[in-house]
Design a protein around this ligand. Structure first.
Ligand SMILES: NC(=O)c1ccc[n+]([C@@H]2O[C@H](COP(=O)([O-])OP(=O)(O)OC[C@H]3O[C@@H](n4cnc5c(N)ncnc54)[C@H](OP(=O)(O)O)[C@@H]3O)[C@@H](O)[C@H]2O)c1
Length: 238
């Protein structure tokens, strides 16, 4: 269980850093949006993994900001942080093309729609962390639709939207939290991969998956998850 002091939804997540090298494996709706937001924030972004690489070239040109395109394994090799954002059934192929993720901070945006399913009792985050041997695994950007994320990334102040994250590497989570903040959201750490069920599909009562949260309502969720209790009712914003 992660210490509560590391979970708070505030600027304390920010670490001094600039121009991190971000590799995007799967630059579709979610990965493409993250690429755009992080490139706009001044990070060096490279796009990879497509059935039609022309789409990556076109997206890179559209974003500008020095975004480049490369092969998946070459992209991983030059990246500090690797965003993996592909359809669940495609993940084995994406990982095969990505090569070794050892030592890389990974942000997994996937949701477990399709095969293979995690074993009984395991979260999707635990399952994927095992499939990414040696990676400094985190999971985030997976609970909100791509359209909502694109629209909400520009909010300011108390209206900023929470992106939940989980993972078993505290330092990796701090760095990812900074990137979430750079992408226009409030990072909130829900704890270890074992505690991730509440942020995983499907949308249902008692989970944050599919729901908008803002910072003011996040700490009560973190506390409930840490205590193994039901989370408070989903907030409504007008
Ligand atoms: N869409 C959402 O609202 C949303 C929200 C939260 C989380 N997620 C999760 O995030 C992950 C990515 O979702 P997404 O909606 O961004 O997916 P997407 O738009 O379909 O993007 C997937 C990317 O993977 C690439 N890809 C390469 N090989 C592929 C193959 N064999 N089959 C399919 N795609 C291939 C696609 O490139 P080409 O098409 O050029 O081949 C595309 O850029 C999923 O696990 C999803 O559950 C999605």
């Amino acid at each position: 269980m992660a210490p509560r002091s590391s979970n708070r939804a505030s600027g304390e997540f920010r670490l001094p850093r600039s121009g991190m090298r971000i590799g995007i494996i799967g630059a579709g709706r979610i990965g493409g949006g993250i690429a755009r937001q992080l490139a706009m924030a001044g990070h060096q972004v490279q796009l990879a993994f497509s059935r039609n690489p022309d789409t990556l070239t076109a997206l890179a040109a559209d974003i500008g900001r020095g975004v480049t395109v490369g092969a998946p394994d070459a992209t991983v090799a030059i990246s500090d942080v690797v965003v993996i954002s592909v359809p669940w059934p495609v993940l084995p192929e994406a990982l095969a093309q990505a090569g070794s993720l050892a030592g890389k901070i990974v942000i997994d945006t996937t949701n477990q729609f399709g095969a293979p399913q995690p074993p009984e009792g395991a979260t999707a985050a635990q399952f994927n962390a095992e499939r990414m041997a040696g990676a400094r695994y985190t999971k985030s950007f997976n609970t909100l639709t791509s359209g909502f994320q694109a629209a909400a990334a520009h909010r300011v102040g108390d209206d900023r939207v929470v992106q939940w994250l989980c993972g078993d590497d505290a330092e990796a989570k701090l760095i990812v939290a900074g990137l979430i903040s750079d992408a226009g959201f409030v990072p909130v750490d829900l704890g270890a991969t074992a505690a991730a069920a509440v942020m995983e599909a499907p949308r249902r009562d008692g989970a944050v998956y599919g729901e908008e949260y803002r910072a003011a309502d996040a700490d009560a969720v973190v506390t409930a998850v840490a205590d193994g209790k039901p989370i408070p009712p989903t907030p409504e914003y007008h």
